[in-house]
Design a protein around this ligand. Structure first.
Ligand SMILES: Cc1cc2nc3c(=O)[nH]c(=O)nc-3n(C[C@H](O)[C@H](O)[C@H](O)COP(=O)(O)OP(=O)(O)OC[C@H]3O[C@@H](n4cnc5c(N)ncnc54)[C@H](O)[C@@H]3O)c2cc1C
Length: 376
């Protein structure tokens, strides 16, 4: 009944949990709806703070044979064209990599460690029985387990988030472009009236562009991705000048609706990791780091309580997660609210532009504390 431990979703949170549990000798089964590798809407920026954890997990070694790009400089563009440029703190060397590569490398490591992954299999339904949770899969099979680890992302089928008002929900889009004028080690973000987003190299000659727009714009433009890009991001004067003529070299990928916040209403037999537990503000570039970190917290909690006592492990994990992230999530929500108002983004970016020393404070404010996490 306790094994295999079933993880729904083989993204960052699910695959990292599978890897860490499999290394403890636990029998793990991941159920993933997509065929890997696959594209995913994401800025593909990995904050430097999780580098020690990724090194410790062996992920950086697995990435060595894949293209990725170190980032050093960040520029924020305010709605009216003001800018603030910074060098990332030395201890936080960020990098960007396609999720195509990152997620495939992570699932590859989980498989090497002994996890089973059922790709192209979707969990269609679930219901609680007296002694477990029954899953109905797209391959026609059913299975019942004591508990499920939900790594199925922002629209987790196991959890409910409070819904935002109609028209206020957000959508994310991503495509790859040629390099334009952007330096290889630079990352730039544009904040404007309709939405916000950024550009960074994921490998030589290829730039990721990912951005967020409100549902109202998606509806007004009837989901026309190119128009949404024009009006959602290129309406920024500097973005139009720098990126208007640069060639797009992939399809558009879209996701949504995105709802931010911490999940509190978690059913007894479900343990959420990654975005299914908490979805954070994208411009902080912390989603991947936090998904990895929640996997570390969960695997440690299972290790200290034992699989037989998974209920105590679940409780311990949720408590530790709350202690680690709750304040940071609250601060990020505040910052998102401020940055989503034109005047707020203008004031914050212009202040950072004239007082660059404040950047370290701003940076720390948007980071989760990763100390003590290097040793999963
Ligand atoms: C526009 C945008 C830009 C972003 N930019 C960044 C960034 O630059 N840096 C950063 O750190 N974070 C960024 N994020 C956030 C980041 O993408 C997420 O935090 C991260 O992907 C969370 O990982 P996860 O494993 O929880 O979920 P996911 O990566 O979403 O993985 C969930 C997995 O579950 C699978 N799944 C879903 N439902 C089912 C089902 N029913 N059955 C089986 N499988 C299922 C999916 O196929 C998927 O593989 C961005 C997000 C958006 C929307």
């Amino acid at each position: 009944m306790f094994e295999p431990v079933v993880i729904v979703g083989g993204g960052v949170g699910g695959a990292a949990t599978a890897l860490l549990l499999a290394r403890q000798g636990i029998d793990v089964l991941v159920i993933e709806k997509d065929k890997f590798p696959r594209n995913k809407v994401c800025g593909e920026y990995i904050s430097g703070e999780c580098l020690p954890i990724l090194q410790q997990m062996g992920v950086m070694d697995a990435l060595n044979e894949r293209p990725f790009n170190w980032l050093k400089h960040v520029t924020f563009h305010s709605p009216s064209g003001g800018e603030a440029k910074f060098e990332l703190p030395k201890q936080s060397r960020a990098f960007s990599i396609r999720r195509w590569d990152f997620d495939e490398a992570l699932t590859g490591l989980a498989i090497e460690a002994g996890a089973d992954i059922l790709f192209e299999t979707r969990v269609l339904d679930h219901d609680q029985t007296d002694d477990g949770i029954r899953l109905t899969l797209s391959n026609g099979k059913e299975m019942t387990t004591a508990f499920v680890i939900a790594g199925d992302g922002i629209r987790s089928r196991f959890l409910e988030r409070k819904s935002a008002g109609k028209g206020q929900r957000l959508f994310g889009l991503k495509a790859y472009f040629e390099s334009g004028e952007l330096g290889q080690d630079q990352f730039e973000m544009f904040f404007n009236c309709a939405g916000y987003g950024g550009y960074s190299h994921v490998e030589e000659g290829t730039v990721n562009c990912a951005y967020i727009v409100p549902e109202s714009l998606v509806k007004e433009l009837r989901g026309d991705h190119e128009q949404i890009y024009q009006q959602g991001l290129l309406c920024h004067p500097t973005a139009a000048k720098k990126w208007g003529g640069v060639k797009r070299i992939s399809d558009w990928y879209a996701t949504g609706p995105i709802q931010y916040g911490l999940q509190t209403d978690v059913s007894d037999r479900v343990i959420p990791v990654g975005d299914s537990l908490v979805t954070t503000e994208q411009f902080a570039g912390e989603g991947i780091g936090m998904a990895i970190k929640s996997a570390v917290l969960l695997s440690r909690s299972i290790q200290s309580c034992g699989l037989q006592d998974w209920k105590s492990a679940r409780e311990l994990y949720l408590r530790r997660h709350h202690e680690t992230f709750a304040i940071k999530i609250g601060l990020l929500n505040l910052l998102r609210t401020a940055m989503s108002i034109r005047m707020g983004a203008e004031a914050i970016i212009r202040t950072l532009g004239v007082m660059p020393d404040l950047f370290q404070l701003f940076y720390d404010f948007t980071r989760a504390d990763y100390r003590g996490f290097e040793d999963p």
